[in-house]
Design a protein around this ligand. Structure first.
Ligand code: FUB
Length: 360
């Protein structure tokens, strides 16, 4: 089901279009095929560890919860890791790597995770709703960490979420000097707009800040302590600037940050990449250091089939790959499948935009 590319739609509006979209899906063509089809997977964070590719995705599960703008239909409760020896080769699906029932502080919604490796230990970072409820009966999103000696897990969760963490979609990047940074945040269901003042606002907006003529809400970046389990500072704004050097505005839905941060470094430049959510693009913005600001540069991926995508970008044996997700297998927004596709750079470092609906 495609969300009618380039048109801004709430999830409810997109769902209302389902019959038309289902008919369209029959005729749909795809650039890439799912990496696995026996389970549903999304939000792939890919890493090369010991020469192999490990993909840390969300593990989507069927539910009868109707689609809404808070993403309540994304009711995931555990993680499974994927392992590949070579592009196009067999994909091994690992056993349950972490289940919400073994996370002391979390109640539900194990959303987009990421992983890192340091000194013989693998770290799994994940968002979930805190067991503590606010006055609306909602658990606040926090970010947790779990460790293992094996990239496939099982991972053992720390008893509490990372102190000072909030919102969702953690992505951990380690720079060439060994310092690690977490990028995170997501508006709407990811609750970032409720933290606009620095404190959680239980009465805040469920969607964005509705400030079309003011700077958009920024995703966050924070340096990690050497223990990889705690923040070394207060999270800062990862500001995205437009072509005139001004912060991208809240009303610029094709450029502004929504969720799904991912950082990579190439040619000494820092590529801050993210999803635009309701306009369904993956974008990139380039900076000179891990904190930014980052200059908006373009689209990485045009809209996929399904409401949401989320990605990672990684170099493997000298070739660059984009990992992303769509809903090719199910036609349902909350049951997604991860894919990988080659990513091409122009000589000036810009990225050749990919159309996921055009066969290669
Ligand atoms: O998978 C649940 C949420 O949907 C993720 O955290 C977001 O990035 C979006 O993909």
């Amino acid at each position: 089901m495609a969300p009618i590319p380039y048109v801004r739609l709430t999830v409810a509006a997109a769902v209302a279009l389902l019959p038309a979209a289902a008919a369209q899906a029959q005729k749909q063509t795809f650039r890439d095929q799912p990496l696995v089809s026996s389970i549903y997977t999304a939000d792939p964070s890919a890493h090369v560890f010991g020469g192999k590719m490990y993909v840390y995705p969300s593990h989507d599960v069927p539910t009868n919860i109707p689609d809404d703008d808070l993403g309540n239909e994304y009711a995931m409760h555990d993680y499974r890791v994927l392992e590949l020896d070579r592009p196009g080769g067999k994909v091994t699906i690992g056993p349950v790597a972490l289940d919400v029932k073994n996370v002391p502080w979390a109640s539900k919604q194990m959303w987009a995770p990421d992983a890192a490796y340091k000194n013989g230990t693998y770290y799994l970072y994940f968002p979930a709703r805190d067991k503590a409820k606010d006055k609306n009966g909602l658990g606040t999103f926090r970010i947790g960490v779990a460790t293992s000696k094996n990239p496939m897990g099982p991972f053992k969760a720390e008893p509490k979420p990372i102190a000072g963490s909030f919102s969702m979609d953690p992505a951990v990047f380690t720079d060439s000097d060994g310092k690690s940074y977490m990028y995170f945040g997501g508006i709407w269901g990811g609750q970032l707009q409720r933290w606009a003042t620095g404190k959680f606002d239980p009465n805040g907006s469920d969607t964005d800040l509705h400030q079309d003529n003011k700077p958009a809400l920024s995703g966050k970046v924070v340096r990690m302590n050497p223990d990889m389990k705690s923040f070394a500072e207060k999270p800062r704004d990862a500001v995205i600037l437009d072509e005139h050097g001004k912060p991208v505005l809240g009303g610029d839905h094709e450029k502004r940050f929504f969720e799904a941060s991912w950082m990579f470094k190439r040619g000494g430049k820092y590529y801050y990449t993210y999803s635009t959510g309701d306009t369904h693009f993956l974008n990139y913005a380039i900076g000179n250091n891990p904190y930014g600001p980052f200059k908006y540069t373009g689209h990485i991926l045009k809209p996929v089939a399904g409401w949401t995508t989320h990605h990672s970008i990684v170099e493997w044996n000298g070739k660059w790959w984009l990992f992303y997700a769509d809903n090719q297998l199910s036609g349902k927004n909350h049951l997604r499948n991860v894919k990988m596709t080659p990513l091409t750079f122009n000589p000036d470092g810009t990225i050749v935009t990919i159309d996921p609906l055009k066969p290669r």
